[in-house]
Design a binder for this molecule. Structure first.
Ligand code: ARG
Length: 391
């Protein structure tokens, strides 16, 4: 019997070459394609798969699961890597890997494969997730072993082997897209002296073309989860789609990051994530009204660690699951509406309404209705300052 492998397949040049390469090595190739919110045509994928002699292809729309089980958790944690990356690509990988494992079990395959490059984070994320979920599965990463090291050599290989690939024309940047954002790298941006290429952006209008008037959007949260936008009830996926459009118009959510990859390399990536930034900022604003200061400051530490774990592909680790449990408890009273102002790339809060505010106007006010007892302050400071007095 032929050895069977389940390949994470996008229909692009890399994975199309992977199919053929695996077939030449004697494998029966079953493919799996997930829609997490990029351009995606199931018909096209199925057609290509057929032309490539793939025995079976699973095409799945996982956008809702991605939003609910991955993005929402990261949002409640306010997870951002190295201050600038909302983790769009990183959050998608464990989900893809989880399905690779599921399908391998369904297909009784001993192998899974992917088209990740041998120097990136994605191979770490997918392999680590597979190893956590089923250490017995064998992983094949053709790009780590074959001799095709450039796009040109892959195109030549595809031609020679008559592999059906559509876009063979020069691709300037490597782009990864899902509903939580877009990652763009390569080309002239590998030179740190160059500003990002305006033409590379997909979701956001250039700052010069943003409206002269600010845009406003109100997001309602229930226990930390966005449930309404401008007073209309919507699913998270829809809210994200709407915010990507509105935010994109105002050039919200761009970042240019020199980042630290798990494999030790520093690299540069340009990100666009309008919805992610609006939601994270709005969520933080609501938390600032509702949570006490210790929970807030501890949650910042958790956010940092959470982002590192997600970035490294440790999504299914015990620590990450434990942090989820902590974060979930903190969200009990994170219910309310935040109106955000979007203007020329900046996001700010225009109004904050919380169901359980710890902000009390009668304590904060400098006006007539002040209820704070100033006389108590003197004794409090006397004792508060004790540990610090050296004279
Ligand atoms: N640097 C990002 C990460 O590690 C994105 C990786 C994929 N980027 C790309 N342009 N294909 O999560």
């Amino acid at each position: 019997m032929k050895k069977k492998v389940v390949l994470a397949y996008s229909g692009g040049l890399d994975t199309s070459c992977c199919v053929r390469w695996l077939q030449d090595k004697g494998f029966e190739v079953v493919c799996f394609s997930a829609n997490l919110g990029s351009e995606f045509s199931p018909e096209e994928l199925k057609k290509k798969a057929k032309q490539s002699g793939i025995s079976k292809i699973y095409v799945m729309d996982l956008q809702k699961e991605f939003a609910q089980e991955y993005i929402l958790r990261a949002l409640k944690a306010n997870a951002v890597y190295e201050s600038k990356y909302a983790l769009s690509t990183a959050l998608g990988r464990p989900l893809i890997a989880k399905y690779l494992v599921d399908i391998a079990h369904r297909e009784k395959a001993d192998y899974v494969a992917h088209g990740c490059s041998g120097k990136g984070n994605d191979q770490v994320r997918i392999d680590t997730t597979v190893k956590i979920l089923d250490p017995k599965l064998k992983i094949i990463a053709p790009l780590r072993v074959w001799k095709l090291t450039s796009r040109e050599s892959e195109i030549a290989y595809a031609k020679e082997k008559k592999i059906p690939v559509s876009a063979t024309k020069e691709k300037i940047y490597s782009i990864d897209r899902n509903i939580w954002g877009i990652s763009i790298e390569g080309g002239m941006m590998e030179d740190l002296n160059n500003a990002p290429d305006e033409a590379a952006y997909v979701l956001t209008k250039s700052m010069e073309k943003t409206p002269a008037k600010a845009g406003f959007v109100e997001i309602e949260f229930y226990k930390g989860a966005p449930v309404k936008i401008n007073a209309k009830k919507k699913g998270l996926l829809e809210i994200i789609e709407i915010l990507n459009k509105i935010g994109g118009k105002h050039c919200i959510g761009r970042s240019d990051l020199i980042e630290d990859r798990t494999v030790g390399i520093k690299s540069r990536e340009i990100y666009e994530a309008p919805a992610a930034w609006i939601l994270i900022r709005a969520h933080q604003e609501l938390e600032s009204v509702v949570l006490d200061k210790d929970t807030l400051s501890f949650k910042e530490i958790v956010a940092l660690k959470y982002a590192q774990l997600a970035y490294q592909g440790l999504w299914f680790s015990r620590l990450k699951k434990s942090l989820d449990a902590f974060v979930e408890l903190t969200q009990e009273r994170v219910t309310g509406s935040i109106k955000m102002k979007l203007f020329k790339g900046s996001i700010s809060a225009a109004s904050r309404k919380a169901k359980y505010p710890l902000y009390k106007k009668e304590l904060a006010t400098y006006g007539e209705k002040d209820q704070f007892n100033r006389q108590d302050a003197k004794g409090f400071i006397e004792i508060f300052s004790l540990p610090y007095r050296e004279k």
